[in-house]
Ligand binder design. Structure first.
Ligand code: MLT
Length: 403
């Protein structure tokens, strides 16, 4: 499957008096990238073959950095929405030499016939665009938000649920929930710095993670969402609530806490960051693994334990160090809890969680008006991985109760 990535060179005649690529030329480069992509796929006549023309109706461009003659720009195109007669394509242009994001743009098209009447989007076109080019998996898209390219799995239709993983993990901890929760639009990104998302050296904080998620939802056209955050994912959910509360339809706080780090924990974060830098991600994986899962999981499920070790060992060190600093510096969310009366909330904890004792989760649930608590038998800090069916059942019941 060819990837819808197209490299184009910036020529001097496309630049202004100061040598910058000018805006009109930028628009035509975006257009050229789209046609080149079709040329390498279903053919440039994919629209005219079915008597259709994609008429551009709206363009929003965010120019981020200047491009100059001789720069090679890599254009990536993702279909972010397909309706019956319209579709939205998001394109990004990055300079190949240093991977700088030069511009991102969103184009809304309506398919029309010769008389200008709207007609259905050709099936062959959406099939080509939706055929996933990412080797990571069938439903994985790559979407650039805030200058960082994120891998995000999107599956199903219905009310949206955003799954936010913990540290130092990735979206695959939700594999079973993503597979099983039919009737909902399941969205599971790799946070910046983890999984298959970009891992910049700098730029990590709870507010940046939350802003990435808000921008991701914008790109996917999702207004309202149920947030489901595990551990650090819960810290991010609290931050999201501080800024975008009106978008939160419901909340699942799994294996997480509301208080900020104390002095000892903060020192521990710095020590862990030093370890990651000196000895690499696998040193962190070795120390984290016994804390993350219940002793029974370690003993009886060597496959699960080894899978987690491999996952953590592949986490980029920059992402680990960034997440440790973000957790160290996060603000406490205790005062938020009593204000959540209009946000239906489920608190989930593993009965053998060594990091978040069930009593602590129980106390947090009591502080949230109307919240329910689910204790998952046989699970440690990672219920969705250690006890996937029981965790999915709790989520399903909660999500259905929101109708
Ligand atoms: C996590 O699972 O996300 C982390 O263990 C959270 C933390 O260290 O506070």
């Amino acid at each position: 499957m060819p990837t819808p990535e197209i490299d184009l060179v910036v020529y001097p005649d496309e630049c202004d008096a100061f040598g910058h690529l000018n805006q009109a030329s930028f628009l035509s480069l975006f257009e050229r990238a789209r046609w080149e992509m079709l040329r390498g796929g279903p053919g440039m006549d994919v629209f005219t073959r079915s008597g259709t023309w994609p008429a551009l109706r709206k363009t929003v461009i965010d120019y981020r950095a200047a491009a100059f003659p001789g720069d090679v720009l890599r254009f990536q195109q993702v279909l972010t929405h397909v309706g019956r007669t319209s579709f939205t394509m998001r394109q990004t242009a990055r300079r190949v030499r240093d991977d700088t994001l030069i511009a991102s743009a969103e184009f809304v098209f309506v398919c029309i016939d010769r008389d200008g009447r709207p007609i259905p989007v050709p099936q062959e076109f959406s099939a080509y665009m939706n055929a996933r080019w990412d080797t990571a998996g069938d439903d994985v898209q790559r979407i650039t938000v805030n200058g960082v390219n994120l891998a995000v799995e999107v599956r199903g239709a219905g009310p949206a649920v955003l799954f936010i993983h913990g540290y130092p993990l990735d979206r695959t901890i939700w594999r079973e929930q993503i597979r099983a929760l039919d009737g909902f639009r399941r969205i599971a990104p790799d946070l910046r710095g983890m999984g298959q998302s970009d891992a910049p050296d700098l730029g990590y904080s709870m507010s940046i993670y939350a802003a990435d998620l808000a921008a991701l939802l914008d790109t996917l056209g999702v207004d309202e969402v149920v947030l489901c955050g595990l551990s650090m994912g819960g810290y991010i959910a609290f931050e999201f609530l501080r800024h975008w509360r009106s978008r939160v339809r419901g909340l699942v706080l799994m294996a997480t806490r509301a208080d900020a780090d104390g002095a000892d924990v903060r020192r521990g974060r710095d020590a862990a960051a030093a370890t990651a830098k000196e000895r690499g991600a696998s040193a962190i994986a070795d120390t984290m693994l016994p804390k993350l899962v219940a002793p029974a999981t370690l003993g009886r499920r060597p496959d699960v334990a080894e899978g987690l070790r491999t996952l953590m060992s592949s986490t980029p060190v920059a992402g680990m160090v960034g997440a440790l600093a973000a957790m160290r510096d996060r603000e406490g969310s205790e005062s938020l809890l009593s204000t959540l009366s209009n946000v239906p909330t489920l608190v989930v904890v593993g009965e053998a969680d060594g990091l978040i004792p069930p009593d602590q989760a129980r106390a947090m649930a009591k502080s949230i008006p109307g919240a329910r608590l689910a204790v998952i038998p046989g699970a440690g800090h990672l219920p969705p991985v250690e006890q996937p069916e029981a965790t999915t059942e709790q989520l399903r019941e909660f999500l259905r109760s929101l109708d």
